[in-house]
Design a protein around this ligand. Structure first.
Ligand SMILES: Cc1cc2nc3c(=O)[nH]c(=O)nc-3n(C[C@H](O)[C@H](O)[C@H](O)COP(=O)(O)OP(=O)(O)OC[C@H]3O[C@@H](n4cnc5c(N)ncnc54)[C@H](O)[C@@H]3O)c2cc1C
Length: 300
């Protein structure tokens, strides 16, 4: 990379140098990222992306890093973070338009206060709107795809709204996973009128359920494996006797076996050794292929 890259990047927003990715992920694992850029607005994002394309610089968009397992080595590229400046949202009748960096939990609470129902499922998902669209995040048999009207995408150096159909949503997948060069800039979601107190009660009950069933007191990236068609992943992990299994500081949670937690100084290498073992044993004992829901980033 050019020596004056830092100065050039500063045209597009605040630049942070040599940031541990462990600080940008809920799992608290990951090596150093050479640059983190917080684009100031859409013009700056466009400028940054044009620079990245012309100089062929590796990059990755991060939300809250709540679904990412970053490798232990240095990332010699740019992390683009939209949380700082892409967090506007507004309500118009039953429609909410939110920029990609908005917290989906904060949005669910905003909707509740407006007496709008549809985002209750998201009230315990610690991600951004952008990450949730990319992942088609969901819970309690609902997912974001059910309320998406359209998504503002940056692709081929242009901003355009695409319809929900074009996002090709399915269980924890979307078209964005097949096009890692596209950036979710904002999403329009259609909600239903509801009763604020009923929505609040549902969200409170679900929060309590999560607190009693998930190891929220330790760093994690949420559910590690996607649920296969006929059997939940936790039953398979339980079945191979891996509840509480530990490698270094990386542990299969006793509280929720499809969560793997970092007890302090866990490494990506240990995490992957543990998940590889689980996948191999599940294959050997049940002939089922488990697939990771947590995404690996910056692996050789
Ligand atoms: C305690 C805990 C509980 C969880 N519970 C749930 C749950 O119930 N249901 C569920 O579905 N998930 C759950 N998750 C996982 C995670 O919170 C979701 O997948 C969330 O939607 C990820 O959002 P993020 O902003 O953190 O994305 P990140 O982890 O930062 O990124 C995930 C992927 O999205 C991409 N991405 C992020 N922003 C953009 C953007 N603007 N444009 C394009 N690509 C983008 C990234 O490049 C990356 O590939 C949980 C995680 C934790 C830690």
């Amino acid at each position: 990379m050019k020596n004056n890259l830092e100065d050039t990047l500063a045209h597009f927003g605040e630049v942070e140098i040599n940031v541990p990715m462990a600080k940008m992920t809920t799992l608290h694992i990951g090596g150093i990222a050479h640059y983190v850029v917080n684009p100031a607005d859409m013009v700056s994002l466009d400028g940054l992306m044009r620079l990245i394309h012309s100089e062929n610089i590796p990059y990755k968009v991060f939300g809250k890093g709540s679904n990412l397992l970053c490798g232990d080595q240095t990332f010699d590229g740019i992390i683009i973070n939209l949380e700082r400046h892409f967090n506007n949202r507004y309500f118009q009748d039953r429609m909410v338009t939110a920029e990609a960096g908005c917290s989906i939990i904060a949005l669910a609470y905003d909707a509740m206060r407006q007496g709008l129902s549809g985002l209750e499922f998201a009230s315990g998902i610690p991600g951004t709107v952008g990450g949730s669209v990319y992942m088609n995040a969901g819970a309690y048999k609902s997912s974001i795809s059910e309320i998406i009207d359209s998504v503002l995408v940056y692709r081929d150096e242009k901003f355009e709204w695409i319809s929900c159909d074009e996002c090709d949503f399915a269980y924890r997948t979307s078209i964005f996973q097949r096009h890692p060069d596209w950036i979710v800039v904002a999403a329009k979601m259609e909600l239903q009128e509801g009763d604020e107190e009923d929505i609040r009660t549902l969200m409170t009950n679900r929060r309590e359920r999560r607190m009693s069933s998930q190891p929220l007191d330790f760093p994690s990236a949420g559910s590690v494996f996607r649920n296969p068609m006929d059997i939940p992943a936790w039953k398979l992990i339980e079945g191979i006797g891996y509840r509480g299994k530990r490698i270094g500081d990386i542990v299969v949670s006793e509280k929720h076996v499809n969560f793997i937690v970092n007890m302090g100084h866990g490494t990506a290498a240990d995490y992957i050794q543990l998940t590889d073992e689980i996948m191999q044993k599940v294959k050997d004992e049940y002939n089922i292929d488990l697939h990771m829901e947590v995404e690996k980033f910056n692996w050789q």
